[in-house]
Ligand binder design. Structure first.
Ligand code: MN
Length: 368
């Protein structure tokens, strides 16, 4: 068969795309057979959470925002693939983890957690989700860790829940799904949450959700408010607001975590330093350190849903291997491709162990 120019170009562009997307994965993994793998952004839900979300979207039939549409879809058929996998905390999940060599899932209640719900409902659903999570971990202590859900709508109660999650439930951190009723963590009304997280040594995983109302308009078309683009813009902006508010000067030992390869914040590392010179952005709120110093001290990033070897290499080079953790983003992303990506990533074995599990164990106080 004669290959014409178009066929050749087609083949070349297909292989370039395969490079970005991680390829066919036919190469043997560089990871050893006994590789430990801890995924740190793995979603679950509970029947009570599903019902609360159903009641909430049912009570607001006029809202057509992306997250409302998504939750109408998720809760309309709990037997469909995604809700079924979110609600399953043993059978399917453990079987698949075994099949692909995933040692542990650090679980978090799926986004937006309880942050859309009315405050009273939110506080209750958060507590019982944390109780259920602690029970699942107690049944499978070597397979699951967990991040506590809180209701930032009630900052003082959220702070108490962080303490309960650490001392009574032995959970490993906290998840906050970006904005709460369009407000961000730089708002000092939320600082009791930051104070508790720092005091309890509970990292805060700032997980994406649909952009706030203030920044929604440009994302409303083309389904851009989704994980495709809007989630990342919302969450990266949230982190930068928090950093520029001086929160990390007030709470210097606070650890935050961003998924999706740091929501791209550290790709701006040089420009963040350059543009925040005194008298420019830093004129308003004088932060004590350079942005790059907070990125290396108060932030860990994860690989959830970004199976891109070049981006991983860059992240390790600028932040250090000790600041990067592996995550799958199950069930929204698939276990086999996330494993194949990290098994084959161009890393030394020391770096691979750091990213695959050692950094997670250190950051979230996981005792294997
Ligand atoms: Mn996720």
């Amino acid at each position: 068969m004669k290959m014409d120019r178009r066929t050749l170009l087609g083949a070349a562009s297909a292989s370039a795309a395969a490079g970005v997307l991680g390829g066919a994965g036919s190469a043997a993994g560089a990871a050893p057979k006994d590789q430990i793998r801890i995924g740190v952004e793995e979603a679950f839900s509970t029947q009570e959470h599903m019902k609360a979300m159903r009641d909430f979207v049912d009570a607001h039939p006029e809202v057509t925002r992306f997250d409302y549409k998504l939750w109408r879809m998720i809760t309309s058929n709990l037997k469909a693939d995604t809700p079924r996998r979110l609600l399953d905390l043993a059978d399917m999940r453990l079987k698949e983890m075994d099949e692909y060599g995933v040692t542990m899932h650090v679980l978090s209640l799926t986004s937006p957690g309880v942050q859309m719900l009315d405050p009273d409902v939110a506080v209750g659903v958060a507590q019982s989700a944390n109780d259920e999570l602690a029970e699942v971990i107690a049944r499978h202590p070597t397979r699951f860790g967990g991040l506590a859900t809180i209701a930032p709508q009630e900052p003082e109660k959220a702070a108490s829940e962080i303490e309960r999650a650490k001392t009574k439930l032995k959970l490993n951190g906290v998840v906050i799904n970006s904005h709460t009723n369009n407000e961000y963590l730089d708002n000092q009304k939320f600082w009791p949450i930051l104070e508790a997280a720092e005091a309890m040594d509970m990292p805060i995983y700032i997980h994406p959700r649909t952009p706030s109302d203030q920044m929604r308009a440009p994302f409303d078309d083309y389904n851009m408010g989704s994980a495709f683009w809007g989630y990342g813009m919302e969450t990266s902006t949230h982190f930068v607001r928090l950093m520029m508010s001086g929160a990390f000067d007030r709470f210097p030992k606070l650890t935050t975590v961003l998924g999706h390869m740091g929501e791209a914040v550290h790709f701006w590392i040089w420009r963040l330093d350059y543009m925040s010179a005194p008298g420019v952005a830093r004129g308003e709120t004088p932060i004590k350190l350079l942005p790059s110093e907070y990125l290396r001290r108060n932030l860990r990033i994860t690989t959830s849903g970004q199976e891109n070897p070049a981006a991983l290499r860059y992240s390790i080079d600028v932040l250090g291997a000790w600041n990067v953790m592996w995550a799958i983003d199950y069930p929204y992303q698939e276990m086999p491709s996330a494993v194949r990506f990290m098994d084959n990533a161009p890393l030394t074995q020391e770096e691979r162990d750091a990213v695959y599990w050692k950094n997670a164990a250190r950051t979230f106080n996981i005792d294997l």
